[in-house]
Design a protein around this ligand. Structure first.
Ligand SMILES: [Cu+2]
Length: 125
């Protein structure tokens, strides 16, 4: 009798484990599918007190997913003149840059001693 209970518990645990596994796999597949369908990406990665690149480039007229990640410290970014503001609450936005030119990108959250110089450039070609 006890063996039978143990066996049932074992089966239930296996089913639960398999369920969790399949769920994780399908979540990952959904994420991958979303990435595959997404167009060009423009990623800004912020740390103390700089962005990961001195300049970023996108093509004019092309829809891009602009995203922002705080890798170190707490920052927020703005692309000056384009009404794009991203932070920990709004981490990405789809955007089509129409006007070629150079745009300043800077941190808009007082983040520390290097805040004033936390700038980079976006070039729309
Ligand atoms: Cu800052």
């Amino acid at each position: 009798m006890q063996k039978w209970i143990m066996f049932s518990l074992f089966i239930v645990a296996c089913l639960l484990g398999a369920g969790v596994l399949f769920q994780q796999i399908s979540v990952r597949q959904a994420e991958q599918a979303a990435e595959a369908h997404a167009g060009p990406q423009l990623k800004f990665i912020a740390s103390n007190y700089q962005f990961d690149k001195p300049e970023y480039t996108v093509k004019a007229g092309e829809k891009v997913t602009v995203s922002f990640l705080n890798k170190e410290g707490l920052h927020a970014m703005e692309i000056v003149g384009l009404d794009v503001k991203l932070d920990n609450n709004t981490k990405s936005v789809d955007m089509t840059f129409d006007k070629p030119g150079e745009y300043e990108v800077h941190c808009v959250l007082p983040c520390g001693p290097g805040h004033q110089d936390m700038k980079t450039k976006l070039i729309v070609q």
